[in-house]
Design a protein around this ligand. Structure first.
Ligand code: NAD
Ligand code: LMR
Length: 329
């Protein structure tokens, strides 16, 4: 018997990330090749007309698993019964900007979308916020959805994790599969903390394989913290296909967990976290999931170097939260 259809929502449907993400979901890359999906695509009213062309392209792909496509500018219609929601729709930054410069303009989008999720989505919905600055936007959406368990709200730091894994594999001259436990702490911003200390290469600490401390503490950090800005500088637009790929990977980890003994990064509500981070932020931690429950992985070793970096990213998140305090009322 055919499985019941899964309802997936992507916001910002007319944008560049959605143009990659939607086709991959429709192709079965989120839930798997035996799971029919229904796509609901949200755009601002002036962008809805262009979605007709996008839907024509989805039709023309003849995806066997794509049961139905809906599109609209009303979040309440699009979020009805939603089980997996990608909140992508938001303005991207341009050259020379920090992601937090988008906060006042983008933050307000997540007030109404949080309320709409609260009213209309499935109670066990999983929400992945991609639109920047994603940690604080996620905090806003979660705040306005009190009927949904806060653990269902995540901000995407998977792209940073992927970038960091690639750089370590490249530097060490090993296959990507040999790099494990690579996680990102804190904000998806230039203060993020790519944790090479706890990362493993072929089961050993990365620093036992890459002996160049200066590379790990300076160059590696700089590459990962500035990777998004570098892509914008060179491409003229922010990362899109790699962001869509990370969004799929992040949501798959939330749905299906990581491989045995491994974990992944995700921005989650920091209440009662075991690392002493203030409890009212969306902060990226190492996460493991079991039976649809998410846990922050305990016992990671925090060196003085890491501790100083964690304090910086926490401070930035507190500043971001203060800047949108009015949106949390
Ligand atoms: P884009 O400009 O190509 O597309 C954004 C789309 O969102 C536009 O079509 C716009 O009309 C739509 N939109 C705006 N407000 C909306 C609303 N209220 N409801 C529905 N749709 C709305 O941008 P993009 O390149 O697709 O990037 C989208 C966001 O993702 C940006 O904020 C970008 O900075 C962020 N991003 C995050 C990561 C990450 O790792 N977390 C990675 C890449 C990009
Ligand atoms: C990224 O990391 O590529 C995105 O957050 C886009 C950006 O503004 O850098």
């Amino acid at each position: 018997m055919a499985k019941p259809v899964k309802k997936v929502v992507v916001t910002g449907g007319g944008g560049q990330i959605a143009y990659s993400l939607l086709f991959r979901i429709a192709n079965g890359e989120l839930y798997g090749k035996d799971q029919p999906v229904e796509l609901s695509i949200l755009e601002v009213p002036q962008g809805v007309e262009s979605l007709k062309g996008l839907v024509m392209e989805l039709d023309d792909c003849c995806f066997p698993l794509l049961h139905k496509v809906r599109y609209d500018s009303d979040p309440r219609k699009m979020f009805e019964g939603a089980e997996a929601v990608f909140l992508v729709g938001a303005k991207p930054r341009g050259p020379g900007m920090e992601r937090k410069d988008l906060l006042l303009e983008n933050g307000k989008i997540f007030v109404d979308q949080g309320k709409a999720l609260n009213e209309c989505a499935a109670k066990n919905v999983l929400v992945l916020v991609v639109g920047n600055p994603c940690n604080t936007n996620c905090l806003i959406a979660m705040h306005h959805a009190p009927n949904i368990d806060p653990s269902r709200f995540h901000a995407m730091t998977r792209l940073d994790q992927n970038r960091a894994s690639y750089q370590l594999a490249h530097k060490a001259g090993v296959h990507l599969d040999d790099v494990t436990h690579m996680i990102i702490w804190g904000n998806h911003s230039s203060t993020q903390v790519p944790d090479f200390h706890n990362a493993r290469i072929k089961g050993k600490r990365a620093s036992e394989v890459i002996h160049d401390k200066n590379y790990l503490e300076k160059e590696f950090f700089q590459i990962i913290q500035q990777r998004g800005a570098e892509v914008i500088k060179l491409r003229g637009k922010s990362s899109a296909a790699s962001a869509a790929n990370a969004a799929l990977g992040a949501m798959r980890s939330l749905l299906f967990g990581a491989k045995e003994g491994q974990f992944y990064s995700s921005g989650v509500f920091s209440k009662n976290n075991p690392y002493g981070i203030r409890g009212d932020l969306i902060f990226s931690f190492p996460i493991q999931s079991h039976n649809d429950k998410f846990e922050i992985v305990k016992g990671m070793e925090i060196t003085p170097f890491l501790k100083a970096k964690l304090e910086l990213t926490e401070k930035e998140l507190l500043e971001e939260r203060d800047a949108i305090h009015h949106l949390l009322k």
